[in-house]
Design a protein around this ligand. Structure first.
Ligand SMILES: Cc1cc2nc3c(=O)[nH]c(=O)nc-3n(C[C@H](O)[C@H](O)[C@H](O)COP(=O)(O)OP(=O)(O)OC[C@H]3O[C@@H](n4cnc5c(N)ncnc54)[C@H](O)[C@@H]3O)c2cc1C
Ligand code: SF4
Length: 330
């Protein structure tokens, strides 16, 4: 049994102070990921800093016509918020494609951004895993890697980031707001999560002593032409094999702007702005969508059990873009 201390922070400054004092502490929000990891002996924090009473539970108008969502707003409250449903249906759909109603009632925005991979070896302490124990090896590369990444992998880790919410946030150009002992920072969501490289134990660019205070959705919301398509082994309560957040701005049949982010294929939500540029000015046709899909997956590399993901991702992109353009039912 691992013993740990428990502290409840009353304000953000106190939470940051407590974290700076103990390098092995962890914030706990909804607990839906952290408690599982503690039960499996993957996470062994010396202290839990309970942040559930911090005043970060509001959704309100942001700067420049956007929307600010506090990091402790639950996934349910984000997904069913009227303003989010009206202006950011892509985000609402992505969140509702994840987990179960009970989990979404507990899970928070900050916790969702910080949730860890579902790689089975990461959870199994009897196996080697560079993410859990740096420089020990990766059991997945020559192991059972059906759910693993096909883009942006390294020889040290081929895990995927499991979030649905983050795929929509990346597509929408969301900013993540954080606070630490040195003050506040704003990190574009596309730069928040990291590639595994030779430091796969580091999932994000959040510093160990920083707390996420909220996310800022920009004014541009692609409300009229968007789709979140999630392909998984079961119709619900399963992580994505591949997911696609697609958003278009159309003028007639011509694409004025396109956003495309993939989940389930990389260590972070995958966005390629060169491919989005390729769609700009093109007609919204299946042929052009397939061209974009081919370009997006051009550097994909499968492993023994997950080669199927490459073609699956291409087809999911074509379908999501067709749905976003209104050509196909959602
Ligand atoms: C069975 C199951 C199925 C699931 N299915 C899906 C799915 O299909 N799609 C999907 O996207 N997700 C899914 N999830 C994951 C779920 O969405 C996450 O567990 C949840 O979002 C984590 O939020 P939380 O508030 O409970 O985080 P916690 O468990 O409290 O914390 C998770 C991590 O985030 C850190 N943290 C929390 N808040 C902050 C903050 N404000 N600042 C800095 N660090 C912070 C904690 O220290 C911890 O390291 C599933 C989970 C389970 C258990
Ligand atoms: S893929 Fe990453 S998380 Fe999975 S075993 Fe390898 S190093 Fe660990």
């Amino acid at each position: 049994m691992n013993s740990f201390n428990y502290t409840r922070a009353e304000d953000v400054a106190e939470a940051v102070r407590e974290m700076a004092m103990d390098g092995k502490a962890r914030f706990i929000a909804g607990g839906t990921n952290l408690i599982d990891l503690m039960k499996e002996n993957v996470e062994r924090p010396s202290r839990l800093i309970d942040i559930t009473r911090l005043p970060l539970k509001e959704i309100y108008a942001g700067i420049d016509g956007g929307l600010r969502v506090g990091s402790l707003v639950t996934n349910t409250d984000v997904a069913y918020n009227e303003e989010v449903q009206r202006r950011y249906p892509l985000l609402s759909k992505a969140i509702l494609a994840g987990a179960s109603p009970q989990l979404r009632n507990m899970a928070t925005v900050g916790g969702n951004l910080m949730q860890r991979t579902r790689c089975c070896y990461f959870y199994d302490t009897a196996t080697l895993c560079n993410k859990r124990e740096p420089e020990t090896g990766c059991s997945a590369i020559a192991g059972f890697n059906r759910a693993h990444a096909v883009l942006g992998t390294s020889e040290h880790c081929i895990a995927t980031h499991p979030s649905d919410m983050c795929v929509a946030l990346a597509a929408l150009d969301t900013i993540v707001h954080v606070k630490g002992p040195d003050g506040e920072r704003a990190i574009p969501c596309v730069d928040f999560h990291r590639f595994p490289g030779d430091t796969p134990h580091m999932d994000t660019n959040l510093r160990p002593d920083e707390i996420i205070t909220g996310v800022e959705l920009p004014a541009k919301s692609f409300a009229n032409n968007c789709s979140y398509l999630k392909v998984r082994d079961r119709a619900s309560y399963a992580f994505a094999l591949v997911s696609v957040a697609a958003a278009l701005e159309l003028e007639g049949e011509t694409i004025k702007e396109a956003r495309l982010a993939l989940g389930g294929v990389a260590h972070k939500p995958w966005r390629d702005q060169d491919v989005e540029a390729l769609l700009k000015g093109q007609r919204a046709t299946t042929k052009n969508f397939r061209r974009a899909a081919e370009a997006l997956l051009r550097d994909a590399r499968g492993f023994s059990h997950n080669n199927f993901k490459i073609e699956l991702a291409k087809r999911a992109i074509v379908r999501a873009l067709s749905q976003a353009s209104g050509e196909e039912m959602q």
